[in-house]
Design a protein around this ligand. Structure first.
Ligand SMILES: NC(=O)c1ccc[n+]([C@@H]2O[C@H](COP(=O)([O-])OP(=O)(O)OC[C@H]3O[C@@H](n4cnc5c(N)ncnc54)[C@H](O)[C@@H]3O)[C@@H](O)[C@H]2O)c1
Ligand SMILES: [Zn+2]
Ligand SMILES: [Zn+2]
Length: 372
């Protein structure tokens, strides 16, 4: 038995996604769950694929990796979930056994690196079929731009059902990535001054992550005044429009020439990664959360790096542990310690998805969310 549903399918770069009827088995294989997706955010990582910045993405593929929904059915051997559970989806399911999983770094899991990063299930297969009987890949093994997804149990994390799906979906990427970059990867302290460059879905969450753990001073930079207004609402004390102001001059002014203890890059451009690193105080750490186009490199001075004990570190999924962090972030939202409502600036139907990405290209809005 199969279920037919609509999904937005990526067939080739720089062409609109096509909304097609596809199908999925109604009974999950052992260890997997069938999720009925209720909401999915549009993330810039999907846009990287759509505009052809990331090579080697197999097609056809249902994009989307920032989702929440309800467990529809569970396969044999699934022990942590049951039908009816409200779940946020993780694009790094984990095996629980490899050296990364057992050392508390599940987003680096061997199985996720081998399979989810290649957009296939843990057995190497796909679960969705097109109306022409082609096998269809699912982005990061999720594919949230369609109403159903089949996932390993570890990719669906139960959260408090009191949270609306539009908001909890964002925990599946932007919220966990942004908050995690400052809280987990940078492990900021209340004495730290933090700079966040790029105030989109990921960056604004880095701002509110810094506020959540009480950073001493939070500085936000972007090229859009509207994004910077939002950054103030999410907790930034100082804002810098780098289209009109010199970043290094303003950082010197604000920090008395010392620089910042932590800088987070949340765009994915070489010049802003270098600017984040260049803004550091001695002993500071720059976190790269933004993801660059294929082939991009950055240049740093290794003498200064050693002399000043600077760190440049990557952050994947906010160095999170989704099993702990997703329910935790949803609880912080329900207790009004983080704001997910203001992140959702537009709610659309699946058929409007291409327009949603055009708006992202123009830098409009924070998160557009599809509801099914
Ligand atoms: N590391 C991870 O695990 C992870 C997870 C999700 C997303 N990402 C990446 O994070 C990046 C941001 O994603 P997003 O969804 O927040 O994107 P977004 O499009 O919502 O936001 C990007 C922001 O950067 C600003 N910006 C663009 N060019 C700039 C410049 N030159 N200087 C200053 N600001 C500039 C834009 O105005 C916008 O506010 C993307 O590269 C995405 O792929 C990484
Ligand atoms: Zn994302
Ligand atoms: Zn593992």
């Amino acid at each position: 038995m199969t279920i037919e549903f609509k999904a937005a399918v990526f067939r080739s770069p720089n062409t609109p996604l096509t909304v097609e009827t596809v199908s999925i088995p109604s009974t999950p294989p052992p260890g997997e769950v069938l999720v009925r997706i209720k909401a999915s955010g549009l993330c810039h990582s999907d846009l990287h694929v759509i505009v052809g910045e990331w090579d080697g993405v197999p097609t056809p593929m249902v994009l989307g990796h920032e989702g929440a929904g309800v467990v529809e059915a569970v396969g044999v051997g699934v022990t942590h979930l049951e039908a009816g559970d409200h779940v946020v989806l993780s694009w790094t399911p984990s095996c629980g056994r490899c050296r990364y999983c057992v050392s508390g770094r599940p987003v680096l899991c061997d199985k996720a690196a081998e399979h989810s990063a290649n957009h296939v299930s843990f057995d190497g297969g796909t679960r969705i079929t097109s109306s022409d009987d082609e096998k269809v890949y699912s982005f990061a093994g999720l594919g949230t731009f369609g109403e159903y997804a089949m996932l390993p149990e570890s990719a669906a994390i139960a959260v408090d059902p009191a949270a609306p799906f539009e908001q909890s979906a964002l925990v599946g990427c932007a919220v966990t990535t942004g908050i995690g970059a400052v809280v987990n990867t940078a492990a900021i302290r209340p004495t730290d001054t933090v700079l966040i460059i790029g105030c989109g879905g990921v960056g604004l969450n880095a701002v509110q992550g810094a506020r959540l753990v009480g950073a001493r001073r939070i500085i936000a930079a972007d090229i859009s005044d509207r994004k910077l207004e939002q950054a103030r609402l999410f907790g930034a004390h100082d804002v810098i429009n780098t289209a009109t102001e010199e970043l290094s001059e303003r950082i010197d002014q604000i920090t008395g020439g010392r620089g910042v203890e932590v800088a987070v890059e949340a765009i994915g451009l070489p010049q802003t990664i270098e600017a984040a690193y260049g803004a550091l105080a001695r002993g500071g750490r720059a976190v790269v959360a933004g993801q660059v186009a294929d082939g991009v490199t950055v240049s740093i001075d290794p003498f200064v790096m050693s002399d000043q004990e600077l760190s440049l570190v990557g952050s994947n999924y906010g160095s999170s542990r989704p099993d702990i962090d997703f329910p935790n972030l949803v609880d912080h939202y329900l207790h009004r310690r983080i704001d997910l409502d203001s992140l959702v600036t537009r709610v659309i139907e699946l058929g409007e998805i291409n327009d949603g990405f055009e708006e992202m290209k123009r830098g409009n809005g924070i998160r557009t969310v599809i509801t099914y």
